[in-house]
Design a protein around this ligand. Structure first.
Ligand code: HAM
Length: 415
């Protein structure tokens, strides 16, 4: 006996009701963003590993621990993308001309994390970026769009919260890192192992620690918001004013640093209110130096990505939305009845969702219709063929009519 081949750890199939949610989210995402003049783009799933070591950062968990990478024919280091922003920045570095490049995309991402509920090794993101200019309005617009999407998906405001922070400019980050490192060095013996390893290379990441003892120590640590340059502070104030005046509620979270190194200034995260381990649904921020880290051009940008699987967990799709209204089963007892069949042609050209099934056993056809939520059956069996008739059965109203095959017009009977 052969063994079954199972799914690769941390991956999952998406099917049935889950797939309906998946498609509903993607459709809503594109429809909301296209109203704001975003254009869709697809970039490759494989990229040069160097793209992510330079953009996301060599010291981040994503690059140092979680990359799926391989040497391609001994020539070049390739990896499966862990996120979409770096690929879009690579695209913008070669294709941006002037004004705003407003991009939307979606697709699978890969991170070799420890799998758990809501955390996969292959997961999907919807992703949006505005590249080309730095302005508080753009930051506001992207956050606004996230809220509009939640609304479109039927996720009510009491299910999520928006955390907001400013990471300041790269210079602000450098001087703040020094301050933080100095403060944390006094507690070196009490810090967790991971935090100690970050102290020299990337002290900002310690702010993200989940370790309770680290968190106690961090309570009195200097806050980045208190060490921003005047310019950075003013910029952040403008973003907050725009949010406030448009009644977008947010919580300022000075410890929000994000797990990717390319951010500067505005950073944000939409989290579920429920106390889940994987509570970040949508996250992003401004990355003014990212393109200059991977190319000779210096172009600012901002964006966010949401985990599709995490959004799917938050939404419910009503039956009406997920099932097409008039679904027709064309039930035929024998293949030969389909040759030169004018009703078959009508079905192909008809707007409703349909399926053609051939089976000698009419009972089986009826039970198939029942189990799969069909609303109509058009039946052509031996009896009908002999008498040149068809039967149209309305399964919802439990009624049926018989028609002459030569006169039956689908569009007149099902509306
Ligand atoms: P991120 O915070 O790494 O940011 O991921 C964004 C979202 O992807 C998370 O909030 C979460 O919903 C989802 N996600 C991340 N990892 C997993 C996983 N292992 N399993 C399931 N869902 C996951 C970025 O990726 C940035 N590129 C966002 C961005 C776009 N910043 C600017 N533009």
């Amino acid at each position: 006996m052969k063994n079954n081949i199972n799914l690769v750890k941390g991956t999952h199939d998406i099917y049935g009701a889950e797939m309906e949610k998946f498609e509903f989210i993607i459709e809503s995402f594109y429809s909301v963003c296209k109203k704001f003049n975003f254009q869709s783009i697809q970039t490759p799933i494989i990229e040069q590993q160097e793209l992510f070591s330079r953009a996301v950062g060599e010291q981040t968990d994503i690059v140092s621990k979680e990359m799926y990478s391989f040497l391609d024919k001994g020539e070049i280091n390739i990896c499966l993308r862990p996120e979409a922003t770096s690929g879009l920045a690579r695209f913008a570095a070669s294709n941006y001309q002037s004004g705003l490049m407003k991009l939307v995309t979606h697709g699978p991402m890969f991170r070799r994390e420890r799998p758990q509920k809501g955390r996969y090794r292959q997961f999907h993101q919807i992703n949006i970026e505005t590249i080309g200019e730095k302005s508080p309005y753009i930051d506001f617009e992207l956050i606004l769009l996230a809220g509009l999407l939640f609304n479109e998906l039927g996720v009510s405001k009491n299910k999520y919260k928006l955390l907001l922070n400013s990471l300041g400019s790269k210079e602000d980050q450098l001087s703040y890192s020094k301050l933080l490192k100095k403060y944390l060095s006094d507690f070196k013996n009490q810090l967790s192992e991971t935090s100690i390893s970050r102290l020299d290379k990337n002290p900002l990441r310690i702010l993200d620690s989940k370790d309770p003892e680290d968190n106690e120590i961090l309570k009195n640590a200097p806050k980045i918001s208190e060490h921003l340059s005047t310019e950075s502070k003013n910029y952040f104030e403008q973003v907050k004013k725009l949010l406030n005046s448009n009644e977008i509620e947010f919580i300022e979270e000075p410890k929000l640093v994000r797990g990717l190194d390319y951010y500067s200034h505005t950073a944000f995260e939409f989290q579920t209110i429920e106390d889940k381990r994987q509570n970040a649904i949508l996250a992003g921020g401004r990355y003014d130096k990212l393109i200059s880290m991977i190319s000779s051009r210096d172009i600012p940008g901002i964006g966010w990505a949401a985990g599709l699987e995490r959004l799917m967990d938050l939404i419910t799709i009503e039956d009406e939305k997920s099932k097409s209204k008039n679904k027709i089963l064309f039930a035929v007892q024998d293949e030969t009845y389909l040759i030169n069949n004018r009703i078959l042609k009508q079905i192909y050209n008809f707007k409703y969702n349909h399926e053609v099934r051939v089976n000698k056993n009419i009972k089986k056809l009826f039970s198939y219709a029942d189990k799969n939520n069909f609303s109509f059956i058009i039946l052509i069996g031996e009896e009908e063929i002999n008498s040149n008739k068809i039967i149209l059965k309305d399964l919802k109203n439990k009624s049926q009519q018989t028609f002459e095959i030569s006169k039956f017009e689908l569009k007149n009977e099902i509306r």
